[in-house]
Design a protein around this ligand. Structure first.
Ligand SMILES: Cc1cc2nc3c(=O)[nH]c(=O)nc-3n(C[C@H](O)[C@H](O)[C@H](O)COP(=O)(O)O)c2cc1C
Length: 179
């Protein structure tokens, strides 16, 4: 409960970010998320340093000229960008929506694990999800879909994360009773 109530999407992220091995370790945990058929219909592509700059350049090159600098800057806001690729198993008896649900569940688990370890993250979508240049750079195969980038680093905050109160759930929960 502490982890879920204190995790926030962090806008400001700086070094350190987890290294590749630490990311792999956390992903082993996140990959235990519920997944019908155990298909793991997703993969991550990590970018930092020059690779991150190349990804930002690819995205910026597609933007209208007046937006390029801002698009590039926004793509470089965290030391680690983890691109989440949905790789559904076509024609599988587990329908695609369930495979997408499995990928989302895994991503949330990963964000909670990052948070519990002191890292911050934010899932970003928008322009990058439909970018042909980024598809090419990341090596997406036909049938794969970019679900976004999870920006990761250490939150730049003055205080500890604020603990939120649990949301008001009326209208989101029904307890079925027999008539
Ligand atoms: C699939 C998905 C896509 C998101 N895309 C963006 C985005 O493009 N930009 C952004 O600032 N936040 C994005 N977010 C983060 C949400 O805005 C954030 O989770 C929401 O505001 C609640 O804030 P919290 O995570 O701190 O509870 C995305 C979250 C999800 C799950």
């Amino acid at each position: 409960m502490t982890a879920v109530l204190t995790r926030r999407s962090e806008q400001l992220l700086a070094e350190p970010a987890p290294g590749d091995d630490e990311f792999r370790y956390l992903l082993k945990g996140a990959a235990m998320a519920p997944d019908h058929g155990r298909l793991r219909p997703w993969r991550w592509v990590l970018a930092r340093d020059e690779a991150l700059a190349s990804a930002a350049d690819a995205l910026a090159a597609e933007a209208p000229s007046q937006d390029r600098e801002q698009v590039r800057r926004k793509a470089l806001r965290a030391p680690l960008r983890a691109f989440l690729v949905f790789a559904p198993r076509p024609g599988h008896k587990v329908p695609e929506w369930e495979q997408l649900a499995a990928g989302s569940t895994m991503a949330h688990a990963l964000m909670l694990l990052l948070h519990a370890r002191g890292y911050g993250s934010i899932w970003r979508t928008g322009r990058l999800c439909g970018s042909p240049a980024l598809r090419e750079l990341l090596g997406l195969a036909e049938g794969e879909r970019l679900l976004g980038a999870v920006d990761i680093g250490t939150p730049v905050r003055t205080g500890p994360p604020t603990r939120r109160s649990a949301p008001e759930l009326s209208g989101h929960l029904t307890v079925l009773t027999t008539r």
